[in-house]
Design a protein. Structure first.
Length: 131
């Protein structure tokens, strides 16, 4: 798979992508999780490949339509609020973001729902650096 370099601009979305790509590869849980998830931080995207409960890669995909099981897309501001050490009510959970219409969930929902706690924990890795 051809991969673009991680964004070098100083926009909030680019900063969040760099932080997530730095932290996500160390995330693992003893679970049989196999999925490809596209995470959108505003205009910036990260394709996360999880194999055997471990993040195998978290990279900026090349091309307009990378293959994935599902995608989770929100504005950079929404992710920034979600990643606060103690997020405010309505910004603390994926479904709270979705209810606020800040997060779009697309694709095959079966792997998302089957491994929901794993995915929630993975997407919250950005909080650990601010605590």
């Amino acid at each position: 798979m051809e991969v673009q370099s991680i964004p070098t601009d100083e926009s909030l979305g680019a900063q969040l992508v760099r932080r997530f790509c730095r932290l996500a590869p160390s995330f693992s849980r003893p679970r049989a999780v196999q999925l490809d998830m596209l995470v959108g931080f505003g205009v910036h995207r990260v394709l996360v490949r999880v194999r055997d409960g471990r993040v195998d890669s978290a990279e900026t995909p090349f091309g307009p339509l990378p293959s994935c099981d599902f995608s989770l897309r929100a504005s950079a501001d929404a992710w920034s609020r979600f990643w606060q050490p103690v997020p405010a009510a309505g910004w603390h959970d994926l479904f709270a973001l979705s209810k606020r219409r800040e997060l779009a969930i697309d694709g095959n929902l079966q792997p998302l729902m089957a491994h929901l706690q794993f995915i929630k924990d993975l997407l919250a890795v950005g909080r650990e650096t601010q605590a």
